[in-house]
Unconditional design. Structure first.
Length: 302
C-alpha cells in the first residue's frame, strides 16, 4: 500500500472520528458541556499527557518565579479551557445569532467603529488566547466586515469542515496562499482583516521580546498596517463564568511610524506582542501553551 493511499485512509479515519465526536457533543445538554469538558481536559492532561512536557517547559520559561505546583495547576486549567473551546466551536452550526451575541460582553468597541469611520479598515491581531474562534464568530454576527486569514490543516477534510463552521457564523476566509491580494482588497474596501500572530515564525519572522525571551514572530500584521495605513487593533477573548465571554479591543498608537522599514516592523510587532504578554500574565490559563513558542533562536547577527 503506497504512502498516498495510507495518508488518505488516515485522514478519513481522523475526519469521521472527529465528526462522530462532534455529533456526541451536539447531543449533550448545554448545562453539562462545561462539566464534561473539565473532565476531558483533566484526562488529556493528567492521563494521556498529550504535550504536557511542552506545556510545563513553556510555563517554567514564562513564570520562573512560580512553584511547580502553581505551574501544574495553570497547565491543567489550560487543557480544560481548550476543551471548552473545542466544545463551543463544535456547536457553531447549532447556534442562533441572538445566542451568540448574548454570550459576549464587549470592551473597546469604539476602536472598531472609529476604524470604520476612518475608511482604511483595520488589522485585528489576536493570539491563541481564550476562545479566539468564538470571538471572531461574534464579530461577524455583529455585522462587522471581517475576513480571517487562516492557514491550512494537514487534513483537508477537517480543514474544509473548520472553514465551513467559520462561514456558517458569517466569517469570510482568506487562505494563506492568496493572503496578500485578499488582505489588500479587504483593507481597501474598508474591511477588517483578523489574524493570529503569536506562534513561532521560523527564520522568516522578526524576533521580539516575549516573556523576556527573543521570539520569532510573523511580520504580516505589521507589514499590512504599515503598507496601507490601516490601524492595528489588538483583540483578546476572556472567559467569564457560566459559559459567557468578554472581548477586549485595544488600539495601537503607531501613527508616528512611517514606511515599511525593519525598525518599524520590529516596533509594531513588539507593540502588540507586549499587549498579548500582558493578557497572558493576567490570565495564564487562557493561552495555548502546547505550542513550542521559543523553538527558534535568533542568529548571532540578529
Amino acid at each position: 500500500m503506497d504512502s498516498k493511499l495510507l495518508k488518505t485512509i488516515r485522514h478519513r479515519i481522523e475526519y469521521y472520528t472527529f465528526m462522530g465526536f462532534i455529533l456526541v457533543i451536539w447531543l449533550i445538554p448545554l448545562e453539562m458541556v462545561f462539566t464534561i469538558s473539565n473532565l476531558l481536559g483533566w484526562f488529556v492532561y493528567s492521563v494521556l499527557r498529550v504535550r504536557r512536557k511542552v506545556v510545563l517547559k513553556n510555563l517554567r520559561m514564562a513564570f520562573p518565579e512560580k512553584s511547580i505546583k502553581e505551574l501544574k495547576n495553570i497547565g491543567l486549567r489550560t487543557y480544560q479551557n481548550f476543551a471548552k473551546m473545542v466544545f463551543e466551536y463544535s456547536r457553531f452550526p447549532l447556534l442562533k445569532k441572538e445566542a451568540v451575541l448574548s454570550d459576549w460582553e464587549i470592551e473597546g468597541r469604539e476602536h472598531l467603529d472609529w476604524a470604520l469611520k476612518r475608511g482604511k479598515g483595520a488589522v485585528i491581531v489576536a493570539g491563541h488566547f481564550g476562545n479566539w474562534e468564538y470571538m471572531g464568530a461574534c464579530l461577524a454576527q455583529m455585522g462587522y466586515p471581517i475576513a480571517f486569514l487562516v492557514g491550512e490543516q494537514h487534513n483537508k477534510l477537517i480543514d474544509d469542515m473548520m472553514n465551513q463552521n467559520r462561514e456558517i457564523m458569517g466569517s469570510r476566509i482568506i487562505h494563506m496562499g492568496i493572503a496578500v491580494r485578499g488582505v489588500m482588497k479587504t483593507l481597501r474596501d474598508n474591511g477588517f482583516i483578523a489574524l493570529l500572530s503569536d506562534q513561532d515564525a521560523g527564520r522568516q519572522g522578526v524576533f521580539v521580546n516575549y516573556f523576556g525571551k527573543p521570539s520569532s514572530t510573523h511580520q504580516g500584521p505589521a507589514i499590512f498596517a504599515l503598507k496601507t495605513g490601516a490601524p492595528i487593533i489588538f483583540a483578546s477573548a476572556i472567559r467569564l463564568p457560566r459559559g459567557r465571554h468578554k472581548m477586549v479591543f485595544e488600539r495601537l498608537y503607531l501613527d508616528h511610524l512611517d514606511g515599511i522599514t525593519d525598525e518599524n516592523i520590529h516596533k509594531t510587532t513588539q507593540a502588540y506582542t507586549a499587549l498579548l504578554e500582558k493578557k497572558v500574565r493576567e490570565y495564564p490559563d487562557h493561552w495555548f501553551w502546547m505550542h513550542r513558542r521559543w523553538k527558534r533562536k535568533p542568529l548571532k547577527s540578529q
